[in-house]
Design a protein around this ligand. Structure first.
Ligand code: VNL
Length: 206
């Protein structure tokens, strides 16, 4: 359901071919909702069947045609129904915390690497999101540029502010992940320093 809403979001900016939806997705909403092309194209077809978007043939090159999708009234309504509904939560399935909870079974070196990788991953995501915030603020992101084309400045500012705010949320969460992983590094050092283990105990330690 969320992919569907992310795709509807794309098509609220302008009508697009399937390929353009895919391209715009990867450089905008895909930063907060990752989806591969193998999910995007079939979902667009289902959305068309469900009447949320309409595909029409448009001229492509000299001879060819392409399908261009636009959001329908039913699509806009479905998008707004979702936005006006209370949020839905899914109980956690957190591979990182699952693993952290059992590090007494890991090699200390592997645990250290695990936390270092966590810091590196989230640091690199923060850089991407900071770049995106800049591209939103200066309106150089193509999806946003289309979305605000012809709109008065205060409306463009409002549209942009919510998108920037979403990335600020992503960054705040990544910073918390980094702080947590850094405490993890200290914890491993503190807990594993004094422990000497036999090289192999038949797989039953600790
Ligand atoms: C849009 C543009 C959305 C850039 C984005 O992320 C983004 C948009 C939510 O105009 O829909 O990074």
């Amino acid at each position: 359901m969320s992919l569907r809403n992310a795709l509807l979001a794309m098509l609220t900016s302008q009508p697009m071919t399937g390929y353009d939806v895919y391209k715009n997705f990867q450089t905008s909403v895909g930063y907060v909702w990752h989806a591969p092309d193998s999910q995007i194209y079939p979902e667009l077809r289902r959305m068309e069947q469900d009447g949320l978007i309409r595909g029409e043939s448009v001229q492509w090159g000299k001879r060819g045609t392409k399908k261009r999708y636009s959001i329908t009234e039913a699509g806009v309504e479905s998008f707004q129904t979702w936005l006006n509904a209370p949020p839905e939560y899914q109980r956690e399935r957190d591979p990182v915390r699952l693993r952290a909870a059992y590090l007494e079974w890991a090699e200390p070196k592997a645990s250290t690497e695990f936390f270092r990788a966590h810091v590196a991953y989230h640091s690199s995501r923060i850089e991407d999101w900071e770049d995106m915030i800049r591209a939103l603020r200066d309106h150089s992101n193509p999806t946003l540029a289309k979305r605000i084309e012809g709109k008065p400045a205060d409306e463009a500012a409002r549209i942009t502010a919510y998108k920037v705010f979403a990335y600020e949320g992503m960054i705040a969460r990544a910073r918390a992940e980094i702080a947590w992983a850094k405490r993890g590094l200290e914890l491993v050092e503190q807990l594993e320093a004094g422990i000497s283990r036999p090289p192999d105990d038949g797989g039953t330690r600790p």
